[in-house]
Design a protein around this ligand. Sequence first.
Ligand code: XBP
Ligand code: MG
Length: 250
Amino acid sequence: MLEALIFDVDGTLADTERDGHRPAFNAAFAEAGLRWRWDEALYGELLAVTGGKERIRFYCEHHDPAFLGQADAEDRIKALHTSKTRYYAKRLSTGAIALRPGVVRLLREAQGVGLRMAIATTTTPENVSALLPADLMALFEIVGAGDAVARKKPAPDIYRWVLHELRLPASACLALEDSVNGLQASLAAGLPTLVTESEYTHGHDFSGAVAVLSDLGEPGRPCTAHRGEMHGNDWVDVTLLKNWHRDALR
Ligand code: XBP
Ligand code: MG
């Protein structure tokens, strides 16, 4: 039986990468006097690595290896990431990024039927609270975020951590993801997973997902199913999630 939904954040609850995280990284670099600038195309490549600190390190390896040669390189990366997190929160407080179609509707419906809800993300806990209004934040019983685990997605660790906190087996849960790294993490933790593609992940190989959709859809605003059976629905509701969950465990 489906008892809990576990949501990824970036790309799944909101399209935060291009106009949220990316400009925040750039603002932090500029503030630190660095000439690094991540344009939209480069950022798409850097998204292969999850986690902001890990992404900065990966960028340095390929574009500015001398930076990593400094004795205090790790401290500087940490400081850049703290500054980036501040810029990101400031940006979100202006309402710059909206939640994706169907997200609030599905969260409320899940709440109404007593499904438990949790978050499994590589971003920081601060960034989750910056994105979600307090009344929605309160719907999530467990927030697995950032450095709660040593290995970020595609490792399954954050999902395993959340399952442990929920005291539930993977078979009682469904994950919602938007990226290949996220899907690999959730599948490796044994979770049936629904994918809603996001700005940077459209057309990626989502083999193993219960369905791959454009978004969750809304009444009067149907979603597109790239893969999977919509069972006659135009948008995702809890009944459809239960159908996918049951089919995945057969
Ligand atoms: C999200 C990420 C994060 C954000 C930046 O991946 O990869 O690194 O881009 O967040 P997912 P931080 O949606 O799979 O969790 O800078 O806070 O790490
Ligand atoms: Mg994501």
